[in-house]
Design a binder for this molecule. Structure first.
Ligand SMILES: [Zn+2]
Ligand SMILES: [Zn+2]
Length: 164
């Protein structure tokens, strides 16, 4: 828990935090990984805000070619904090308990929310040949192109679902 009493009684104008997560095993499609977060919480005339950065360092599996690669896209952390449920937009706020927030939980939740549910080693990853299994990022394999184009399979499924 991160104690915010100093911030609330005015004896500090910010409270800094760092969080290290040794094992991100709660993340989808993960081989292994850690994450670091750092930032500060400030009090501007009663408006308490958390600003920070979350740096994942993950080994993940490409959804197309199956290659394991490093994923390190930083995530901006931002949250508004309150000590009571606001009359509106309660979802936007993190609620303090005993003048403290569970910063580890906030960082974990941000990871779960902000990380993609599937990863691509690169945006135009060509994936594997469905016939021979060759990694098409390393070149064409010579199998019949028309039978291999899986983008059309997605459309085919889409239309057959529609008909049912
Ligand atoms: Zn890939
Ligand atoms: Zn092939």
């Amino acid at each position: 828990m991160l104690d915010l009493k100093k911030l609330l009684d005015g004896s500090a104008d910010k409270v800094e935090f760092t969080v290290e997560i040794d094992n991100c095993d709660f993340v989808d499609e993960l081989v292994n990984g850690t994450a670091n977060a750092f930032g500060e919480i400030t009090n501007h005339s009663g408006l308490i805000e958390l600003n920070g950065k979350l740096e994942p360092n993950l080994s993940v599996v490409c959804a197309r070619c199956g290659k394991v690669f490093k994923y390190k896209e930083p995530i901006n952390l931002f949250a508004k904090i309150t000590d009571k449920l606001a009359n509106a937009d309660e979802d936007e706020f993190i609620i303090m308990q005993d003048f403290a927030i569970d910063i580890d939980d906030i960082v974990r939740s941000a990871l779960i929310l902000e990380l993609p549910t599937r990863y691509l080693c690169k945006e135009d990853c060509k994936g594997l040949c469905e016939k021979c299994g060759q990694d098409l990022n390393n070149g064409e394999c010579g199998c019949n192109m028309r039978e291999r184009d899986s983008r059309w399979d997605v459309l085919k499924d889409f239309f057959s679902d529609e008909e049912e």
